[in-house]
Design a protein around this ligand. Structure first.
Ligand code: NAD
Length: 294
C-alpha cells in the first residue's frame, strides 16, 4: 500500500483516484469544488481541507488539473512541503513549457517527477484502461509505472521530461485532423448518393481506415457506441479538443515547424466552439461542416 496524494478530482481525477483506492492504496485527495470532494469521499478517498494537508506523509503526488498555470502554482505550493523521496506525477494535459517548469521545481528540491498525460477519456478513467504517455528519467519512470498500473491499459515511456506532453499533443493533432477528414467524407458521400453504411463498409477496411472512423464514427449507425448515436453528447468535448490543438500550435510555433492542417483544425474547432458547441462531442463538428449549425 502506498500513500498517494491526488490533487484535482474532476471528471478524470475522481475515477482515477477511485481505481487507486480499489487497488488498495491510501488516497488523500483535494479539489477546489465541494461536489467533487463529496464524490471522492464516496469513492473511499480521504478528503483533505487543502493541498498542503493532502500531501502530508504522501509517497506519491498525482495532479490532474485543467492547465499549465494550475500545475505550476500547485507545485510551487506543495513541493517545499514534501518529504525526501516523494515522487510527483502530473497527468494533466498542459503545455510543454509549464511541464518542464514543473519538473524543474521538483528537481530543485531533489525529487523525481514524471509528466504522464493520458488518452482514453472519462470512459477509460472509470474502466482503468487509460493510456499513459510518460516523460522523465528512467529512474522516475520505474517508480511511477507501478503506481499508474491500476489506472492504465497501457503505459509508454516516451523519453525525458516533457515528452509525455509532446506525445499527447502530437497524437491529438492527428485525431483532430482525422476527425475532420472523416466528417468531410461523410458529408460529401451524402451529397453524391452514397449511404453512410456503404462508405463505412468500404473505408473501414480500406486505406481510409482510422480511429475517427472505426471507433468514433461521426454519423449515427455504423458504430453504435459512437457519440453520434447520442446526439453528440461527450465523450471528448470540442472544448478539450480545441485546448489540445492550441497546445500543438503553441509547440509548432515555438519550434518553427509548419503544421498547416493542425492550424486549420484548430481554427475549425475554435469556430465550432464559438458557435455554442464547446460542450458537444468533438465529432459533432460534422454538423458544422454539413452546414447544420450556424
Ligand atoms: P475537470 O475540470 O473536470 O477537473 C479539473 C479539476 O481540477 C476541477 O475539479 C477543479 O476544481 C480542480 N482544480 C483546479 N485548480 C485546482 C487547485 N489549485 N487545487 C485543487 N484542485 C483544482 O477536468 P478533467 O476533464 O478531469 O481534465 C483534467 C485534465 O485531464 C485536463 O488537463 C484535461 O485536458 C485532461 N484530459 C481530459 C480528458 C477528458 O476526456 N475529460 C481526457 C484526457 C485528458
Amino acid at each position: 500500500m502506498t500513500t498517494i496524494a491526488f490533487i484535482g478530482l474532476g471528471n478524470m481525477g475522481n475515477p482515477m483516484a477511485a481505481n487507486l483506492v480499489k487497488a488498495g492504496h491510501s488516497v488523500q485527495g483535494f479539489d477546489l469544488m465541494p461536489d467533487n470532494l463529496a464524490t471522492a469521499r464516496d469513492n473511499g478517498v480521504t478528503v483533505m481541507a487543502n493541498a498542503g494537508a493532502a500531501v502530508r506523509d504522501a509517497e506519491v503526488v498525482i495532479t490532474m488539473l485543467p492547465a499549465g498555470k494550475h500545475v505550476v502554482s500547485v507545485y510551487e505550493d506543495i513541493v517545499p512541503q514534501l518529504g525526501d523521496g516523494t515522487l510527483l506525477i502530473d497527468s494533466s494535459t498542459i503545455d510543454i513549457e509549464s511541464a518542464r517548469k514543473a519538473h524543474g521545481i521538483a528537481a530543485r528540491r531533489g525529487l523525481l517527477s514524471v509528466d504522464a498525460p493520458v488518452s482514453g477519456g472519462t470512459g477509460g478513467a472509470v474502466a482503468g484502461t487509460l493510456t499513459f504517455m510518460a516523460g522523465g528519467s528512467a529512474e522516475a519512470f520505474a517508480k511511477a509505472e507501478p503506481v499508474l498500473k491500476p489506472m492504465a491499459g497501457r503505459i509508454v515511456h516516451c523519453g525525458d521530461a516533457g515528452t509525455g506532453q509532446a506525445a499527447k499533443i502530437c497524437n491529438n493533432m492527428i485525431l483532430g485532423i482525422s476527425m475532420i477528414g472523416v466528417a468531410e467524407a461523410f458529408v460529401l458521400a451524402e451529397k453524391i448518393g452514397l449511404t453512410h453504411q456503404a462508405l463505412f463498409d468500404v473505408a473501414s477496411t480500406s486505406s481510409g481506415q482510422c480511429w475517427s472512423l472505426t471507433t468514433y464514427c461521426p454519423v449515427p449507425g455504423p458504430v453504435p457506441t459512437s457519440p453520434a448515436n447520442r446526439d453528440y453528447k461527450p465523450g471528448f468535448a470540442a472544448a478539450l479538443m480545441l485546448k489540445d490543438l492550441k497546445l500543438a500550435q503553441e509547440a509548432a510555433q515555438s519550434s518553427g515547424v509548419a503544421t498547416p492542417l493542425g492550424a486549420q483544425a484548430a481554427q475549425l474547432y475554435a469556430l465550432f466552439s464559438g458557435l455554442g458547441h464547446a460542450g458537444d462531442d468533438f465529432s459533432g463538428i460534422i454538423r458544422m461542416l454539413r452546414g447544420d449549425v450556424a
